[in-house]
Design a protein. Sequence first.
Lengths: 122, 373
Amino acid sequence: MSAVHEGLFTDEPRLLGSRCARCGGHHFPRHETCAYCSSEEVETVELSSTGALWAWTAVNAPPPGYRGEVPFGFGVVELPEGVRVISRLTEADPSRLSAGQPMQLVLVALDDDAVTYAFAPC
Amino acid sequence: MLITGIGLHPFGRFEDRTATDMGVVAVRAALAEAGVARGGFQAAFCGTAYGGVAAGHRVLGRLGMTGMPIVDVEAGCASGSAALMLAAAAVRAGQYDTVLVFGIEKMPKGIIRSSFFEPWQEEAGLTATPAYFALRAQRLMQTSGVTKSHLAQVVVKNRRHGVGNPNAMFRKDVSAADVLASRVICEPLHLWMLCTPNEGAAAVVLQRDGAGTGPRLAAAVLRSHLPGGVLNESTPMAGLTDDTIPSATSLAALAAFEEAGVGPDDLNVVECQDTDAARELLSYEELGLCPPGGAAALLESGAVDMGGTMPVNPSGGLLSKGEPLGASALAQVVELVQQLRGTAGERQVDAAATALAHTVGRGANAGVVILTR
């Protein structure tokens, strides 16, 4: 199985983001130019693999072009670097999640060929 | 400058009509009202997102009214606001006396695929638009004391207003229980809390002061997002934890209030983007209609209902009308012109003198228009 897209995450897994040397802002996916200050002094970094749940819901109908199964969880996880990441969640029942809950990065299969990143409750 | 003519093709689904057909209806009506004939306008701006190449030319070509610059404008849900902003700038600069501004749309059916996203985002399931709306709704529930009952109440209000609008798609009163009984699309949003993409057209004639009569266009502003907001309409994959970054709507509102020389307290009637019920409540806060965190209290106060001090979406909003992207912003302007003229019939807001229209959508693009009697 291969990554749904190159350059998003490592096998460990860790998300591959970038950090701006000028303003300190973090981006995901990686940017070549800082999204916040337009500096080109941007380096690739591995983002923290744990964070806190900030917002969540579930997707119950497949959006166009989607390769996986429904339902699946969908939300925003806040990482210690001061970045909020939009992500799939492994928990598809919103009532089983709560604000600030610790979350851990994992890889999940979309189909027989592709994996992508997701956050799971710790 | 003045809005001297308005025209509308009803919003809904029309199997037998093209976007061009609908544009012809709206443009004809607006020009007739303004008393502007062939050769009477020096430029035209057409808002559309799915209209394809030269959509505006197809409408004006059918009317035999070409030769002047015709510019199609795409700015997502704010396409009509963008067209109006460009027209207003040209009239203000003295480039033209009279400009035609219209918007047309025939939205694809079913779940809409957007060229905005990259293929891997679609494949990984990161492009479900209602899921982004749901996350925003949930944040509002966490920060502003908004409950599911408030979300249902927004739908009840707008659908009640829509009963009086012959150009709306849905004209039936609904109860909060009905709304909450509709199926969950993405928690906390139920089906009836989301607007329906559809079809329609709207047109206005904009003229310099002294060239006609009508409400005054006091501001027409478009803004895009600042980077950093993870749930803003630019739909990024990540953002910052800084919650002080102003939204595109707030940027547009501040600029529009300054341009018009009025403030939120001066508004008698508002049309705002209710793509989903939570979007309307968030708009209250972003437009400055209430303090941050005050959306639920403003809704509960009744001020935003017909008969209140500042009715919001007297047309029924997108929740009643449906949303044809290119036409929706100008249909708001059409509604507000009727309100300021005092010709809105059973939807008439008492003593409407200052009005605001707001659209926001992908880009991000946010448009704010202020009209005065």
